[in-house]
Design a protein around this ligand. Structure first.
Ligand SMILES: C[S@@+](CC[C@H](N)C(=O)[O-])C[C@H]1O[C@@H](n2cnc3c(N)ncnc32)[C@H](O)[C@@H]1O
Ligand code: SF4
Ligand code: SF4
Length: 431
């Protein structure tokens, strides 16, 4: 098992390597008992993936075994089972990556010498290999699938999305453009929620600074970036509760006209009923609506609102994606890490959030953590991001190329991603 994770990188984008990796994993598991230590969300994601691979799991192991009983028909057993495992068995940590070290220590006391596989690394490797094969020739930005499917059960199948991206890409890829695949554009900073771990750090913005960004400015920023990009695989409209923006319909209608963009995704918390004008703009093959379901942390009243919004989309026959039982990564820690340069380079290279570009009010950030740090007052605006306002196409290309080719970001040294961050409930509200 050790040999397996050493052999393959955390993210696999090459089709042949992806094929070899999955075949290798399947042959490794063949004839051996596979155990998942951790029966919660991450354990369930492993089960789903292994089910697709045809790899069967003998049991999950969890301290709440009695309470859980079984997961999808696979028995959940107490930690005492660890004593009985042998070197022939495969044991994978399917728990919060932050607990991996303490699990290793616990195992060393119970069954010394037994190998515990780092589930976080293994999942990432296998899932990216799996998604690479599904996406075939489309070059997805690193993290596309992990961020989009890792915790999410979606109504819209990835393949539909990927097919649309392919069709568009064939027509509009421009040579000599900057490689910016995945952009999230903030259209304002107004929200009806106060999510404690919001990656926009939105609840921490003083009330008197909250506003809807001007639609014309948002549209011209998107045009400016698309004009220097090779091909924008995915453009997300986000940054606030999007359905609250009074001119969202106009923004979508204009963005649809921009060549060079694969799909447009509108992300909403689902609590705001869109206007008929907006509904018409959302009814489009190139637009995807994603609802973040925070019902585990919300009141019954809020959950009912979300259900009403889903119903409207069903009645209007507009497909949508929704997340279920999602967990988030705590990206709101800004403690100085004091990591060595090689560690920073390694973390940046393996970080699924890196290169999910965030454009907020004229500033281009390679990662949302940079923007959140400015909001929280940990970074000065001049330490992170590129101010795109007033730049010519050539100046913009040069600045973005330089910024995106850095070995790591200033913000990475003030961040726990991707190995040390805690997993937190999605949508937990600030008191
Ligand atoms: C910032 S929200 C804006 C859109 C809308 N207000 C919403 O919550 O869906 C954009 C996306 O970021 C996700 N998100 C926010 N904070 C996150 C975190 N700490 N970890 C992972 N995803 C996060 C949300 O679930 C949502 O899919
Ligand atoms: S994650 Fe929560 S606080 Fe942040 S924009 Fe979405 S709903 Fe608002
Ligand atoms: S700042 Fe954090 S989230 Fe962003 S790329 Fe660096 S390690 Fe990843």
């Amino acid at each position: 098992m050790k040999i397996f994770t050493q052999k393959y990188p955390r993210m696999i984008a090459d089709e042949h390597e992806a094929q070899a990796c999955i075949a290798d994993f399947k042959s490794l598991c063949n004839g051996r008992n596979v155990y998942l230590w951790g029966a919660n969300t991450i354990g369930k994601h492993f089960l789903e993936l292994f089910d697709d691979f045809g790899v069967s799991v003998s049991a999950l192991i969890d301290r709440n075994a009695v309470k859980i009983g079984d997961v999808d028909g696979i028995p959940v057993r107490e930690a005492s089972l660890l004593k009985e495992l042998t070197a022939d068995d495969i044991l994978i940590a399917s728990a919060n990556p932050g607990n991996f070290k303490s699990m290793q220590t616990e195992l060393a006391n119970i069954n010394p010498g037994l190998h515990l596989e780092d589930g976080d690394g293994l999942y990432s490797t296998l899932k990216s290999a799996y998604c690479t094969l599904r996406s075939k020739s489309v070059i997805l930005p690193v993290g596309f699938c992990c961020i989009y499917c890792f915790n999410n059960k979606r109504f819209i199948d990835c393949e539909t999305k990927i097919d649309n991206i392919k069709k568009n890409k064939e027509h509009t890829e421009t040579s000599g453009g900057v490689d910016i695949g995945f952009i999230d554009v903030s259209i304002g900073n107004v929200c009806n929620f106060n999510c404690k771990y919001c990656l926009e750090a939105l609840p921490y913005i003083p009330k008197n600074e909250r506003k809807f960004y001007d639609a014309k400015t948002v549209i011209s920023e998107i045009k400016q970036i698309a004009s220097v990009a090779k091909f924008v695989t995915h453009l997300g409209l986000s940054g606030m509760e999007t359905f609250l923006h009074p001119n969202l319909a106009e923004i979508i209608s204009e963005v649809k006209k921009i060549r060079n963009i694969g799909v447009i995704e509108v992300v909403s918390n689902g609590t705001v009923i869109p206007s008929p004008k907006l509904i018409e703009q959302l009814r489009d093959d190139w637009v995807y609506v994603s609802f973040s379901n925070y019902s585990q942390c919300l009141s019954e009243k809020q959950s009912t609102k979300i259900e009403n919004t889903y119903q409207l989309f069903i009645d209007e026959d507009i497909p949508f994606a929704k997340t279920e039982n999602a967990t988030w990564l705590d990206m709101n820690s800004f403690e100085f890490c004091d990591d060595r340069e090689e560690t920073l380079v390694h973390r940046y290279k393996n970080c699924p959030r890196a290169k999910i570009v965030r454009v907020n009010n004229g500033i281009f950030y390679v990662c949302s953590h940079e923007r959140a740090g400015v909001v929280r007052g940990f970074f000065k605006p001049e330490q992170v991001g590129v101010d795109i306002r007033g730049l010519s196409a050539d100046e913009l290309k040069e600045k973005l190329r330089e910024y995106m080719s850095r070995p790591f970001l200033y913000a990475c040294n003030y961040c726990e991603m991707p190995f040390r961050n805690a997993i937190v409930p999605a949508g937990e509200q600030l008191e």
